[in-house]
Design a protein around this ligand. Sequence first.
Ligand code: ADE
Ligand code: ZN
Length: 342
Amino acid sequence: MKKITEAYIQRLPKAEIHIHLEGSVTPEALLRLGKKHKTELAGMNPEQIREEFFEYRDFYDFLETYKLVCRHLQSAEDYLDTLRDLGRYFQRENILYAEVIFTPSIPWKFGRDGAEILGAILEESAKLEESRGVRIRWILDCVRQFGREVAERTAELAWQSRAQGVVGVGLGGDEKAVPLSEYEEVFNWVRAHELFVHVHAGEIGEPSEIWDALQILGANRIGHGIQASRDSKLMGYLRDHAIGLDICLTSNAKTKAWPLISEHPFPLLFERGVPVTLNTDDPGLFEVDLGTEYKKAVDAFELQEDDLHRIILQGIRSSFLPHDEKMSLMQLFRDKIQANGE
Ligand code: ADE
Ligand code: ZN
């Protein structure tokens, strides 16, 4: 059996469809923001920041660091610096397609202009497509704990921004905080306005959260969804309805949603035909890149080249691109995959 090396993985074309802009802030970038805004972090060094904030007892401990990072993103320029770093990351990892999640309700929480920040982000995103050779689409996320009203505002902003690359509306945050029925009307509106629906569910919550995301919100794709592995009927449903699960191994290990990668349900889901992809979720906060995520999967689950290629192509299949764009991008990926093996 051929050994799959890091160099081979690096050269493969990749799609990353679950990556939060805010979560791409590294310890070094957080320190820069701390110094710029003269916060309590200004006097620390990156190692101290890493030790104090970038290791998580559990999912809720992770959310605390997430909030700390969001508190440091104080201006459009801070978001743009983060996005430019992300552009370099895409190029380094040979990521040719990305669906990035941005949460406008975070600047709104701090009394900032989320629509203006989004406008600046989308303008920069178009420039990065040119300079970094990556196609970028956006999902605007609502936060479960924040309630219906801000979710409605988020959905309207997504609708207004669809010509600039916004393709969907998502729901993230603490899935145990509020039942999904709270968001039923918002997501009815989202679907009626031809936007895709993305829901974080079954990460730390029960399989019933995933059923609710499908049946109440009409989710087109699920963030994480790993708890589906406990429900055979649900795995069959996801397979038959081509509902993708964005799997994030390192994220799950670091938040303790699934502490051991060696025991992760990824291989079970894959064998059952559930459309699974590999993603970093928050590459800065989890200090991981997509190549490493793939390498961990190859080593832990003994994936072969064909498996790897299937997972990569699934990233385009599960994306929120229109059908014809998916088909042409998949052909481009197939050509590049083949060239990589020659
Ligand atoms: N926002 C960023 N990362 C997240 C995660 N892993 N789960 C829920 N919401 C998130
Ligand atoms: Zn996420």
